[in-house]
Design a protein around this ligand. Structure first.
Ligand SMILES: Nc1ncnc2c1ncn2[C@@H]1O[C@H](COP(=O)(O)OP(=O)(O)OP(=O)(O)O)[C@@H](O)[C@H]1O
Length: 300
C-alpha cells in the first residue's frame, strides 16, 4: 500500500505539489492522472525517495521507501528517464541489477520472458527501439518480484501491441494482489487500464475516485442515436437529457443504449445507429482539469 499524507514540494517560490493525500491499495490498478506539468512525476519521485518532500510524507507499506532494507523487492519502479548503459545487453543489465541486489539469477530469465525480450536478451541496448527500452525498464521494475509497482507514463512511445501488452500486464499484476500505481496524462488509456483514479492538477488533488464514479459525476455516459424519427423517439425517452447533433442524430444522456433500444423497438422506431460515447470520459477529465490547464497556459 502507498500512502501520501500532506505531501508538498516547493522549488523556490513555486509549489509544485501541494498537500496531496491519497492511498493506493493492493489488488487494483490505480491510475495517476493529470495534465502535463501537474506534478505527477514529482509525486512519484517523492514516493520513491528520489526527491525529499518540503512537507508531509509518502510511505510504502508504512515506511518511507528508503527505510526498506531491500527496496527493489518491495517496490519496482519505471521512471521516465532511463539509465541503461548502451553497450550492455538486456541480459547483462538485469544480471548486474540482480547481482547487486541479491536477487536470484532465475528472476532475470523470468522477467525477460515476461517482457517479451528473450529473443533480444543478448543484443546491445543501444540498438533497442523506444518500445524495447520501455519493456526493459519494466523488466527491471519487476526483477525483485515487488509487491508494489510504480510506473511513470509506461505507454509513452509504445505501438498498439505494446500498449495492449502493458494493459494486460498491469491487470495481471493487480490480480496477483500487488499494488499498482501508473501515471498518465491520457484519460482514454487509463479508462481501459485502471480501476481507481487519482487525478491531480497544479499539484493539488482534484479527484480520488473510480472510472465509473467519474463518468456518473460528470453527468453520465451518453449514447449517440441516429434515427429518421428523432422527434418521435424524443417523446419515448422521458427523464433523459437529449441534444440534437443533426435532425436525425440525438445525443442521449442518462439512459444506457439497451434501454434506448428497447424503447425504440417497443414503438417500432427504426434505429440506424446506437453508439455509447467513450468520449464522455475524456470530457469528464477535461472538465475536471480545465482550470489547472488554463493556469498552466497562462503562466507559460
Ligand atoms: N527540479 C525542478 N526544479 C524546478 N521546477 C521543477 C523541477 N522538477 C519539476 N519542476 C516543475 O514542477 C512542475 C511539475 O512537474 P512534473 O514533472 O512533476 O509534472 P508531470 O505531471 O509529471 O508532467 P508531465 O505529464 O509533463 O510529465 C512543472 O511545472 C515542472 O516544471
Amino acid at each position: 500500500m502507498i500512502r501520501a499524507e500532506n505531501l508538498t514540494k516547493r522549488y523556490g517560490d513555486t509549489t509544485v505539489v501541494q498537500d496531496l493525500g491519497f492511498t493506493v491499495r493492493p489488488g487494483s490498478v490505480t491510475g495517476f492522472l493529470g495534465p502535463n506539468g501537474a506534478g505527477k512525476s514529482t509525486t512519484l519521485r517523492m514516493i520513491l525517495g528520489l526527491d525529499a518532500p518540503t512537507r508531509g510524507r509518502a510511505t510504502v507499506d508504512g515506511r518511507p521507501y528508503a527505510a526498506h532494507r531491500a527496496p527493489l523487492t518491495h517496490v519496482g519502479a519505471l521512471l521516465e528517464a532511463r539509465s541503461v548503459h548502451p553497450g550492455r545487453s538486456a541480459h547483462h543489465h538485469l544480471m548486474a541489477l540482480a547481482h547487486t541486489h541479491g536477487i536470484p539469477r532465475a528472476r532475470v530469465e523470468r522477467v525477460l520472458a515476461l517482457a517479451g525480450l528473450t529473443h533480444v536478451a543478448h543484443k546491445r541496448v543501444k540498438g533497442f527501439s523506444l518500445g524495447m527500452g520501455q519493456r526493459l525498464g519494466i523488466a527491471a521494475a519487476l526483477l525483485g518480484d515487488p509487491a508494489t509497482v510504480v510506473l511513470d507514463e509506461p505507454v509513452n512511445g509504445l505501438d498498439p501491441e505494446g500498449v495492449l501488452w502493458i494493459r494486460t500486464l498491469l491487470r495481471n499484476l493487480a490480480a496477483e494482489g500487488r499494488t499498482v500505481l501508473v501515471s498518465s496524462h491520457l484519460m482514454s488509456e487509463m479508462a481501459l487500464t485502471a480501476d481507481h483514479l487519482i487525478v491531480i492538477g497544479r499539484g493539488r488533488l482534484l479527484a480520488d475516485t473510480t472510472v465509473d464514479e467519474l463518468v456518473r459525476a460528470s453527468g453520465g455516459a451518453s449514447v449517440r442515436v441516429v434515427t429518421p424519427e428523432a422527434d418521435r423517439l424524443r417523446t419515448l425517452l422521458p427523464g433523459a437529457r437529449i441534444t440534437a447533433e443533426a435532425p436525425d442524430t440525438l445525443l442521449v444522456t442518462g439512459l444506457e443504449a439497451p434501454e434506448i433500444g428497447r424503447a425504440a423497438a417497443a414503438h417500432a422506431v427504426p434505429l440506424h445507429e446506437l453508439t455509447p460515447q467513450a468520449a464522455s470520459l475524456e470530457q469528464a477529465f477535461m472538465d475536471l482539469t480545465r482550470d489547472a490547464v488554463e493556469y498552466q497556459g497562462a503562466s507559460a
